[in-house]
Design a binder for this molecule. Structure first.
Ligand code: NAP
Ligand code: ZN
Length: 352
């Protein structure tokens, strides 16, 4: 298979900073679209992967799965987009497309395992997949999304992960005008959860650890902010929420939030992967028919639905544009929750 060598940013080890390197991209096959990457969002999952937090990183690792760019080449059988169109790629670049999940447009739950945009197994080249911290990407048209022309392109990039990861549970649990939704953590995912839940008409509350983001949360559309470290405030929302989206990336006590769920309410974890500590107390769950669930990104059709909804309602991410060379500093700031509310890399900087 013919390939082209391109510039990228990645790392060879968990304790090494990201730096310039080269990777190979396949030439387009019949169904492929080649995209020149203009912007790439910086997700906390990029950091988890670069630093091997989840223990499965294959090095060199090139993160980035919030990709927006321009189509530069299309294969002969491509019908979705043409050269010159804007296009987007999120967290998925392939799946088996035959299993029950794939047939139901739930590629993210592919029973044979989806191919992640980075750190997945590239079925064409046999290597790991490399993400959007790179000059271009080649993806089967099924996994390429269309972006709305009225939205700011750089601020659209985070919709491809932070947006869909919060949209999918909002839709699955049928959030609408009468819903009371809460979001834990005001970061990349959290701020999109607020905007999207508001867009769907819900009453939205933010749980944050300190008061420092309260003003921002209200400006983003939250109806209320509860400081999760303040027992009085936590007690004031007992039994209130139909759905809580928990975006916290690290192990934390989920129990205090369960008591804030209404009868039959659900807390859906989208952040932390692993065993919960302290252990989950089933008493409030059993006595209130409450659920603790999980959710991963979203399927391609659902991602397009979310992008179209954002186009219609003028919803984008709050971003700080950075240069590719600033990525290590951005990771350090993300660890301190010092990002309002998503870093997006201006990929023109990688050419320098
Ligand atoms: P982020 O921008 O760093 O935001 C996380 C927020 O969680 C912070 O802003 C902070 O909010 C809160 N937080 C951070 N550390 C905390 C701690 N130790 N205890 C309590 N709260 C804490 O991260 P992100 O990009 O939104 O990603 C969030 C998580 O979702 C990551 O673990 C990421 O890997 C994961 N993720 C999952 C999926 C999926 O498909 N399920 C997709 C994308 C990302 P406050 O300052 O307001 O407290
Ligand atoms: Zn992500």
């Amino acid at each position: 298979m013919n390939t082209t060598t391109i510039k990228a940013f990645g790392t060879e080890a968990a304790d090494k900073p990201l730096h310039a390197l080269t990777i190979k991209r396949r030439d387009v096959t019949a169904k492929d679209i080649e995209i020149e990457i203009l912007y790439c969002g910086v997700c906390h999952s990029d950091l988890h992967t670069a630093r091997n937090d989840w223990r499965g990183t294959i090095y060199p690792a090139v993160p980035g799965h919030e990709i927006v760019g321009k189509v530069t080449k299309v294969g002969k059988d491509v019908s979705k987009l043409k050269v010159g169109d804007y296009a987007a790629v999120g967290c998925l670049v392939d799946s088996c497309r035959e299993c029950d999940s794939c047939k139901e447009d739930l590629e993210q739950y592919c029973l044979n395992g989806f191919t992640g945009t980075y750190n997945g197994k590239d079925k064409h080249l046999g290597t790991q997949t490399f993400g959007g911290y790179s000059e271009k990407v080649v993806v089967d048209e099924h996994f390429v999304l269309k972006v709305s022309s009225n939205l700011n392109l750089a601020a659209t990039a985070p919709l491809l992960c932070a947006g869909i990861t919060t949209w999918s549970p909002l839709r699955h649990w049928k959030v609408g005008k009468d819903s009371k939704v809460a979001v834990i953590g005001l970061g990349g995912l959290g701020h999109m959860a607020i905007k999207l839940a508001k867009g769907l008409g819900a009453h939205v509350t933010l749980f944050s650890r300190t008061k420092s983001k309260e003003k921002d949360a209200l400006e983003l559309g939250a109806d209320a902010v509860i400081i999760s470290t303040d027992n009085n405030e936590m007690n004031s929302v007992k039994g209130k929420f139909d759905l809580i989206i928990d975006t916290v990336p690290y192990v934390h006590d989920v129990n205090p939030y369960i008591t804030t769920l209404s009868l039959s309410g659900t807390l859906v974890l989208v952040g932390y992967l692993g065993g919960l500590e302290p252990i989950l107390n089933t008493v409030p769950m059993i006595l209130g028919r409450k659920s603790v669930a999980g959710s991963v990104i979203g399927g391609i059709a659902e991602t397009q639905e979310m992008l179209d909804f954002c186009g219609k309602h003028n919803i984008v991410s709050e971003i700080e544009l950075i240069k590719m060379q600033d990525i290590n500093e951005a990771y350090e700031r993300m660890l301190k929750s010092d990002v309002r509310y998503r870093f997006v890399i201006d990929m023109a900087s990688i050419k320098k």
